[in-house]
Design a protein around this ligand. Structure first.
Ligand SMILES: Cc1cc2nc3c(=O)[nH]c(=O)nc-3n(C[C@H](O)[C@H](O)[C@H](O)COP(=O)(O)OP(=O)(O)OC[C@H]3O[C@@H](n4cnc5c(N)ncnc54)[C@H](O)[C@@H]3O)c2cc1C
Length: 329
């Protein structure tokens, strides 16, 4: 450890061994960890937290760690839920939050950001200029762009705009030996698409240090529709038809969730069409849907979509809650 600290100091890289920092970087948002923390227990502790501010500094940290055989755990917003960054073997927790630069190229509709840029900040800056990422995970305000890539993130508007792998243009990555890998910023390129290797890599193949992402004009037209059904099967049947109209967002709610969100005893679907032609698509959707059109569910959901206060109250009572995502035909 003393060798590491000496090396970090001589490289001028900020680090901390304060207990508060070690605790802040001891876990992600995994529900079992939350329960442990309430009992004043920690799942594991790193020995030191480093805060690199540039790609070169990340490279130096990894070179030092590699030469001394010290494990490194990468942290963005720590909003991940699958316990993948817990420093079970001690060592270094590397925070990407100091990698916080944002360069916006309006003409090319791309933004190049340090991996530690928090999504909500980037989205707000883009909104001020009339644009949007359209990558809106529920954790927008507590997750980072590097974290999105590392976890193969999906957002509320991914039905229409794609998941993170469809939205990244290029990456700058620091490999475990400190080597810097940089892709050209082109829409497509010949050869193996290296960035795909890092989508969902959860920090295993290196530190994603910089991400170039697409963004879009804020939609001028938007049509929000809500339908109710008697069964989940009829909601699904309808969804298949509605998907052919390429909605920006579509969600089906079972009876429990319809009651919780919309105070109604039914199954339901909300659909949002965006951009040119949205009104026309809305008309077609109304004509092909077999559901009963209801007013305002989409607006209610949009209003509540970042609010996790209900479930936050359950944790302190000692309950564990979790969400899982299932893909199937
Ligand atoms: C309330 C809530 C709502 C959520 N909603 C969504 C949602 O709608 N969609 C969704 O996809 N997820 C969601 N999540 C999960 C989580 O927010 C995402 O997985 C997010 O992408 C994690 O980003 P982060 O910056 O917090 O990463 P972290 O939690 O810090 O890290 C996650 C993993 O990625 C690695 N990592 C992080 N940054 C880098 C980097 N720069 N280079 C290499 N590896 C790195 C870490 O080592 C770890 O393995 C939600 C979580 C919560 C708590």
């Amino acid at each position: 450890m003393s060798r590491i600290l000496e090396e970090l100091e001589s490289a001028g890289i900020a680090f901390s061994m304060d207990y508060e920092d070690l605790i802040a970087y001891c876990k992600d948002f995994n529900p079992l960890h939350q329960l442990k923390l309430l009992k004043k227990l920690t799942p594991a502790l790193p020995e030191v937290v480093v805060f690199p501010k540039s790609v070169d500094e990340v490279s130096k940290v990894l070179k030092i760690a590699n030469s001394l055989g010290i494990p490194v755990y990468v942290f963005g917003g720590a909003s991940g839920v699958i316990d993948s960054a817990t420093p079970y073997e001690g060592g270094i927790a590397l925070s990407t939050l100091g990698l916080d630069w944002i360069e916006i190229e309006e003409e090319n509709r791309i933004a190049t950001c340090g991996a530690g840029v928090v999504g909500g900040r980037l989205e707000k800056i883009l909104n001020h200029r009339g644009f949007s990422l359209r990558h809106i995970p529920q954790s927008l305000y507590c997750s980072t762009v590097g974290g999105w890539v590392a976890t193969a993130s999906s957002g509320q508007f991914s039905t229409g705009y794609g998941n993170i792998e469809d939205l990244i243009v290029s990456l700058k990555v620091v490999l475990p030996n400190g080597e810097i890998l940089e892709e050209r910023k082109t829409p497509r390129r010949a050869g193996v698409d290296l960035k795909r290797l890092f989508v969902g890599s959860e920090g295993l193949f290196g530190v994603i240090a910089e991400v170039t992402m697409k963004f879009f004009e804020l939609p001028k037209e938007s049509v929000k529709l809500s339908f109710e059904y008697k069964s989940i099967e009829s909601a699904l049947e309808d969804a298949k038809k509605l998907l052919s109209l390429k909605p920006a967002l579509m969600r089906i709610f079972d009876d429990e969730e319809t009651l919780r969100y919309f105070d109604s005893e039914a199954f339901s679907t909300i659909v949002i069409f965006e951009g040119d032609g949205a009104r026309e698509k809305g008309k077609i959707a109304r004509s092909i849907s077999k559901g009963r059109e209801v007013e305002g569910y989409a607006d209610i959901w949009l209003e509540k979509r970042f609010d996790v206060s209900d479930i936050s109250k359950i944790g302190v009572l000692g309950f564990v809650f979790d969400t899982i995502e299932v893909s199937c035909f």
